[in-house]
Design a protein around this ligand. Structure first.
Ligand SMILES: Nc1nc2c(ncn2[C@@H]2O[C@H](COP(=O)(O)OP(=O)(O)OP(=O)(O)O)[C@@H](O)[C@H]2O)c(=O)[nH]1
Ligand SMILES: [Mg+2]
Length: 346
């Protein structure tokens, strides 16, 4: 599961990528495609770790790909190669420039950049669909598949992304392997100049993002880079000065995690406190399988404490004494923040 940082040249993708991953990829124009692993900040894990003082604390992780922008005369446009790289991602973060970049003549203007990216993605998807429909007419393809392609084409012709089609409207099982760009979940990141780092998104821009069925947030990549260079005590003071509780980057990473439709369940004990990423809608047995295949094979039951219940009572024993420990079978749907103990027998 990976998230691609996409956008036009010089919008700050590599700056965001370096800040998140702690890597030191050269910024400035161009460069190569890079992969990096990012820890998902979670104050529930911080709290559990303080309570258990385990030997090891493990956060959930997600992979990011930094995809270089295109550098034509127009500094716009997505090449065939860039499109291919974008199709390979599970979700997309579009970084829009809202700061003056001395290397780029054009003043910052996130709205037209958002529209340009959206239109290019629409055209790229339409090109695939039209080719497929052409072939389907000649080959008498399955009626179901043809109907799905017609439906996507109509939606794109209206200027709307494929992701706006509900599961009941579009059977995505028919589309495996196509990699439609506008079907990817999208997070739009407005990369602000330092002075406006803490301002919320403009109403008009926020409405535009919502109309594209995307999520949006604002941050300043250079402020975030500065924050990560401070030591933890200084960080808190710095954030207080800015008037925010946490860094925008932490919020960004968590939003990106949600974009992949991931939730976290936790395992706790003296050896390790750990967050496990899992698809929303997974069962207790599937969760057991994330931890170890033996736990899935020999699954008997899961003892579940939702994180809030744990915090309310303060310890596992207190939860048990209050009769709040949930005993769940293999088909139980795991919820975000569930603390799991799997009982098994192999
Ligand atoms: N003032 C300011 N400058 C920034 C900010 N973010 C990035 N920059 C600068 O903008 C320039 C381009 O940043 P990059 O992170 O390399 O941009 P990119 O999107 O990766 O560019 P390509 O890979 O060429 O597409 C660098 O000189 C950064 O230091 C920001 O929030 N504020
Ligand atoms: Mg770059």
């Amino acid at each position: 599961m990976k998230i691609g940082l996409v956008g036009f040249a010089g919008s700050g993708k590599t700056t965001v990528f370096n800040t998140m991953t702690g890597l030191d990829v050269p910024v400035g124009f161009g460069g190569e495609l890079r992969h990096g692993v990012v820890r998902v900040p979670d104050d529930r894990i911080d709290a559990l770790s303080r309570i258990y003082s385990p030997k090891k604390t493990t956060y959930a992780e997600i992979s990011f790909t930094d995809i270089p922008g295109e550098h034509g005369a127009e500094q716009r446009g997505l090449s065939t190669k860039a499109l291919q790289q974008i199709r390979e991602q599970d979700a997309l973060c579009l970084v829009l420039r809202d700061f003056v970049n001395p290397a780029i003549e054009a003043p910052p203007d996130p709205r037209p950049a958002l529209e340009a990216f959206h239109l290019e993605s629409v055209f790229a998807d339409l090109a695939i669909i039209e080719r497929r429909l052409d072939r389907a007419r000649k080959e008498k393809a399955s009626a179901l598949e043809q109907a799905a392609f017609e439906r996507m084409k109509n939606r794109l012709d209206e200027g709307r992304p494929i992701r706006s089609l509900l599961p009941a409207e579009l059977d995505r099982g028919l589309l495996k392997g196509y990699g439609f760009i506008t079907d990817r979940p999208l997070l739009v990141v407005v990369n602000r100049e330092e002075a406006r780092a803490a301002e919320p998104l403009e109403i008009e821009l926020a409405a535009h993002i919502e109309a594209l069925d995307a999520a949006g947030l604002a941050l300043s990549a250079s402020v975030e880079a500065e924050i990560t260079r401070l030591d933890p005590n200084e960080q808190a003071a710095f954030l207080q000065d800015l008037g925010v509780e946490e860094s925008a980057l932490a919020r960004f990473i968590r939003t990106a995690y949600g974009l992949l439709d991931l939730i976290s369940f936790f395992t706790v004990g003296p050896d390790e406190v750990r967050a496990w990423p899992i698809r929303r809608g997974s069962t207790a047995r599937q969760a057991a399988g994330c931890i170890h295949s033996d736990l899935e094979r020999g699954f008997i039951r899961a003892e579940v404490i939702p994180y809030r219940v744990f915090v309310e009572h303060g310890s596992e024993q207190a939860v048990k004494n209050a009769g709040k420990l949930q005993i769940e079978g293999k088909d139980y749907l795991v919820a975000d923040g569930d603390i799991l103990h799997v009982r098994f027998n192999v």
